[in-house]
Design a binder for this molecule. Structure first.
Ligand SMILES: [Cu+2]
Length: 145
């Protein structure tokens, strides 16, 4: 085989065996306004993985609270909703995952400022493979859903 032929063979091989990629996009990020006396609130968003490899949201950081944890809402046998801490949220390849009221969300614990509708806050969202995405969340009124 000619040298150029080998180059084509190698290129085809590389494209078939290319490494998986996670391509994360975050949109519709919002956080619920809370009364000044409250020190906790929740952040919601849509996370889309346009890559060909699964990923996970593993960590969230923000300046407006001491702590940010991943929560899921579970309904127990008495029909009472409870929130449970999760270590991560799976974001499968080719799928959109919605963090929404009554579902999974990011809980901000120990707010160090009051959040008023119309304000914006900054968040660092860390994904296992894709890395960190900086997101801006809009504060929405208490009745938003
Ligand atoms: Cu929660």
């Amino acid at each position: 085989m000619k040298k150029s032929m080998w180059t084509i063979v190698i290129l085809i091989f590389l494209s078939i065996h290319s490494f998986g990629v996670s391509r994360i996009e975050v949109k519709d990020v919002w956080v619920r306004e809370v009364p000044p006396a409250s020190s906790v609130t929740a952040v919601y968003m849509v996370i889309e993985n346009k890559g060909n490899e699964d990923d996970r949201l593993i960590e969230v950081k923000t300046d407006v609270s001491n702590n940010a944890v991943i929560h899921n809402t579970l309904v127990d046998e008495k029909g009472i909703a409870k929130m449970e801490k999760f270590e991560y949220i799976n974001i499968p390849s080719g799928k959109s995952v919605e963090l929404k009221p009554s579902g999974s969300h990011i809980m901000l614990i120990g707010l160090n400022k009051s959040l008023k509708a119309g304000d914006k806050i900054e968040l660092d969202l860390k994904f296992e493979k894709f890395g960190i995405i900086k997101a801006r969340a809009q504060v929405k009124g208490m009745q938003s859903h």
